[in-house]
Design a protein around this ligand. Structure first.
Ligand code: SF4
Ligand code: SF4
Length: 353
């Protein structure tokens, strides 16, 4: 049985957050002390805290202060989509917290091969940081929608262990098939094996997340010893109708554990808007599913007025379905696998889905 401690928190007030974390962590045993800890926030790209894209720096600060006070040696890192970890940490405001508290940086640029005995067909996974180099990994996702997977929270956040552009290669290997991609996400999550997942849902994002949705004051903080159970809990909390690909596959494979909830004043979250791209969970043979996806899932498009010609989308597209023409961005929709990496990584929000 998994456990979830969840409650309301209306701001990033560090003393209040420390109080919440201290009580929540105590529900899972003794507070971590005198050990080497890796904090893995969501650091999608170098966006400022108010944009609701990355885990908030004060959220990281509150947890890191507790750990440092307990004699832990704390490291922070992630592998952003296309920038360096250092640049994204700086722009996100987390680097300043790291300087203030003298935290170490985990750049996620290693290539550590892990043998995988999980549910995906892939027997080897390469990670940018070895979780075994730390006594504890604490997973710190941001609560956001995701145009391909529906939500990005507990399990999806550990996909950041995959080094930079290798992420696009996984999209290509899975050809945008969200069931296959879910199996990879779960295998990575179970290899990383975070001791706890500590969710920043104070300011989150709905609509066309994870980068260009609507920033929402959701006021939720949740801590769990099981990232997948936390994801299922969030689907209920946000009144999402059908199970999303990750939790649906987790249930089918017997990996989704029941969870007990310790309710510390859960906020009421109303009208959480899901992305228009979220598919029904088509539990069909891969070829049929692939054909249906091509016919019915939304195509990415470019608003030329917003495009600055930076070609980030061209560089991250795993299928080579984009090129910059004389009059703007050109899509090859036959090659496009509907992974929406272009939408996620476009710095100006020019790509819509
Ligand atoms: S990433 Fe966005 S701004 Fe850059 S070229 Fe592509 S559409 Fe244009
Ligand atoms: S065009 Fe966009 S959605 Fe299509 S494959 Fe490339 S990155 Fe993915």
């Amino acid at each position: 049985m998994a456990k979830i401690v969840a409650g309301g928190c209306g701001s990033y007030d560090v003393p209040l957050l420390k109080e919440f974390f201290t009580k929540a962590l105590a529900e899972f045993g003794a507070l971590p002390a005198k050990c080497k800890v890796l904090l893995k926030p969501n650091l999608l790209s170098g966006k400022a805290p108010g944009k609701g894209v990355n885990t908030h720096p004060l959220f990281v600060r509150a947890l890191a202060e507790i750990l440092v006070e307990n004699g832990c040696s704390v490291f922070v890192g992630d592998s952003p989509g296309y920038e360096s970890t250092e640049k994204a940490l700086e722009k996100s405001g987390i680097m300043q917290v790291m300087r203030d508290l003298r935290l170490g940086i985990a750049p996620f640029r290693k290539r550590v091969t892990k043998v995988n005995a999980g549910i995906s067909p892939y027997r080897e996974l390469v990670l940018g940081e070895d979780p075994l180099d730390y006594d504890l990994v604490l997973n710190m996702p941001k609560l956001k929608t995701h145009v391909m997977m529906g939500l990005t929270a507990g399990v999806k956040n550990t996909f950041g262990f995959v080094p930079s552009l290798d992420k696009a290669k996984w999209h290509l290997r899975c050809k945008g098939d969200n069931r296959l991609f879910s199996s990879v996400l779960m295998d990575i999550h179970f290899i990383v094996n975070p001791a706890l997942t500590i969710l920043d849902g104070i300011v989150g994002m709905d609509g066309s997340g994870p980068a260009h949705g609507r920033v929402r004051d959701l006021g939720l903080v949740a801590v769990s010893d099981n990232g997948l159970s936390l994801d299922a809990f969030l689907e209920k909390t946000l009144s999402i109708r059908s199970p999303l690909p990750l939790t649906s596959l987790g249930e089918e494979k017997g990996l989704l554990k029941e969870a007990t909830l310790v309710d510390r004043g859960m906020p009421k979250i109303r009208e959480f808007v899901m992305p228009a791209t979220v598919e029904a969970d088509w539990n069909l043979p891969p070829l049929v599913r692939e054909t249906l996806r091509h016919l019915f899932t939304r195509k990415p498009k470019c608003d030329d007025k917003k495009c600055n010609g930076c070609k980030t989308c061209v560089n991250v597209c795993p299928a080579g379905a984009l090129r910059m023409g004389a009059k703007g961005l050109l899509f090859d929709y036959k090659a496009c696998i509907r992974c929406y990496c272009c939408h996620e990584m476009c710095p100006t929000g020019a790509i819509t889905v």
